[in-house]
Design a protein around this ligand. Structure first.
Ligand SMILES: *Cc1c(COP(=O)(O)O)cnc(C)c1O
Length: 227
């Protein structure tokens, strides 16, 4: 199938999951994760209607950006090194992968320099996997969030998680439930009043994530093919 057909199929599956869960499809943003894929494929997705793209490397992101239409909203979803923050500040709509105070402070510093407030998410390692970034410890995450709230040029909009790789997406349902519980528990007051972002769900499990309240799903291989 073509990139366009894949994109329509994923968007339809998101809409269907919203219907099952009694949610309005406009609450869910489909992010086309285009890492390692050539610009031509991104253009195919754009022509099919994709306006949100996700990348996990700063260099690849900044190389692709000028090749594509300006109305695209770019999402930084991968592990971010502090020394690379300056290249993406203001250029990306949302940084999903903030996992330390040190990184948040550097984003704050660069955003202040640029005269903007950068939207960010805290990456939470819900399942506590060693190979993943972020921590699953609630107290540590709450301490991070409290520290973030002292930084005036970042806006913490919600939480992100990378769930374990599983064959059966149902196995990740508890992970998605947990992220939502965290966001709507003790941390709630640190997030925007109107809308908390929950970035969760990838090619293998995004429909389950939508059923459990994802506001942003990050879908790569189901749109662009295997990497
Ligand atoms: C690659 C990646 C995705 C997309 O993965 P697929 O399984 O190809 O959909 C989502 N989130 C993050 C953080 C990624 O690095």
């Amino acid at each position: 199938m073509s990139v366009a057909e894949n994109y329509y199929q994923v968007q339809n599956a998101v809409n269907a999951a919203c219907m099952r869960a009694g949610r309005d499809p406009s609450e869910v943003t489909l992010i086309a994760v285009s890492k390692t894929k050539p610009v031509e494929m991104l253009k195919e997705a754009y022509d099919a209607g994709a306006r949100h793209f996700g990348e996990n490397r700063v260099q690849e992101l900044t190389a692709k950006m000028p090749e594509l239409p300006e109305d695209i909203r770019w999402h930084m979803i991968g592990h971010l090194q502090s020394n690379k923050v300056k290249y993406i500040i203001g250029a990306v709509k949302l940084i999903h992968s903030v996992d330390s105070l040190h990184l948040a402070e550097e984003i704050d510093r660069q955003a202040q320099k640029a005269g903007i407030v950068q939207d960010i998410l805290l990456e939470v390692n819900v399942a506590g996997e060693e190979s993943k970034f972020g921590t699953g410890d609630i107290e540590e995450n709450e301490a991070l969030i409290r520290a973030f709230s002292g930084l005036t040029h970042i806006k913490l909009c919600g939480l992100m998680t990378v769930a374990p790789y599983v064959e059966d997406p149902e196995l990740n349902r508890p992970v998605f439930k947990k992220l939502k519980e965290l966001a709507y528990g003790g941390m709630r007051r640190y997030f925007p009043e109107d809308r908390v972002i929950l970035s969760m769900g990838m090619s293998g499990d995004y429909t389950v994530a939508v059923e459990e309240g994802a506001t942003h799903v990050r879908v790569g291989s189901a749109i662009f093919g295997e990497r």
